[in-house]
Design a protein around this ligand. Structure first.
Ligand code: NDP
Ligand code: 8X3
Length: 252
């Protein structure tokens, strides 16, 4: 029987790349995000290309009821999730704390921390029943370092780092693997979202060096997911060659 991977935030970037990699490896996929059309298009593409089964579930991870209702409402066979990739996340704004926007803060905290928690609670309980599973949390270099104006985004990713460790302890006796993947700069829609749709400003983030692409992180996630049963990768920090720390980037 094929394994199942549940990927949050599969409509773009790292989540979408993970969908391709896990489909390539023969996994059936449960893809989630808010943009239904993108999910439908991706599901059709993956089914045709790889012959895997793909189910989609459209919800906002910030909405606890939507998360619980949509996930618990799935047919029983889709609840046998082998790999959960907690990827849905975002940054909003890049301002000193004293100038920060309340809405930006709330969006980041609600998505990156609370959304990840809502999904993890439901799915970890399925994994406990199934007596197997692997939760892969997408953190960030921003969860390992704090940089100027990164305040709240960095705080949310530090929280993901703490939850990654906490989950590993809590799920230890259930044989469930927990892995944190912490990328540096990956060129996706991330910066466009951070700068509220300002494409020019977003493009500048990746100028003068070769950033990671979503596929690089998806392949790293696959590496963690495909280790032997007795091996758990606790965490991996993955950077572009040209990036030493969150802010030390060698631009030509
Ligand atoms: P993208 O903006 O390309 O993708 C983000 C994904 O998250 C989208 O599929 C989006 O789907 C989903 N998402 C955002 N908010 C919500 C929500 N409220 N409910 C459900 N889904 C949501 O960015 P990336 O692929 O780069 O980001 C993926 C993860 O990687 C994030 O957690 C990010 O913090 C992390 N990361 C990114 C780095 C980078 O440099 N790009 C570096 C380090 C970490 P939709 O809008 O359809 O809901
Ligand atoms: C995304 C990477 O450096 O913009 O998490 O915080 S960074």
């Amino acid at each position: 029987m094929s394994k199942i991977a549940l990927i949050t935030g599969a409509t773009a970037g790292i989540g979408e790349a993970c969908a391709h990699v896990f489909a390539r490896e023969g996994y059936n996929l449960l893809l989630t995000g808010r943009r239904a059309e993108r999910l439908e298009y991706l599901a059709k593409q993956l089914t045709q290309q790889y012959g895997v089964d793909v189910a989609t579930s459209v919800f906002d991870v910030r909405n606890k009821e939507q998360v619980i209702d949509n996930l618990e409402g799935l047919p029983e066979e889709w609840k046998k999730v082998d790999v959960l990739i907690n990827n849905a996340g975002l940054s909003q704004g890049l301002d000193p704390l004293q100038n920060g926007k309340y809405l930006d803060w709330e969006t980041m905290i609600d998505t990156n921390i609370k959304g990840l928690l809502y999904v993890s609670k439901v799915v970890s309980n399925w994994m406990i029943i199934n007596k197997t599973g692997h939760i892969i949390n997408i953190g960030s270099i921003a969860g390992k370092e704090v940089y100027a104006n990164g305040n709240v985004y960095c705080a949310t990713k530090h929280a993901v780092d703490a939850l990654n460790k906490g989950m590993r302890i809590d799920l230890l006796t259930h044989g469930i693997k927990v892995t944190g993947i912490n990328p540096g700069a990956v060129e996706t829609e991330f910066s466009e979202v951070r700068f509220h749709g300002d494409k020019e400003r977003a493009k500048k983030v990746y100028e003068g060096f070769t950033p990671l692409v979503a596929q690089d992180i998806a392949e790293t996630i696959w590496f963690a997911a495909s280790r032997p049963a007795h091996v758990n990768i606790n965490e991996l920090t993955v950077m572009p060659l040209a990036q030493a720390t969150a802010t030390n980037i060698f631009r030509k």
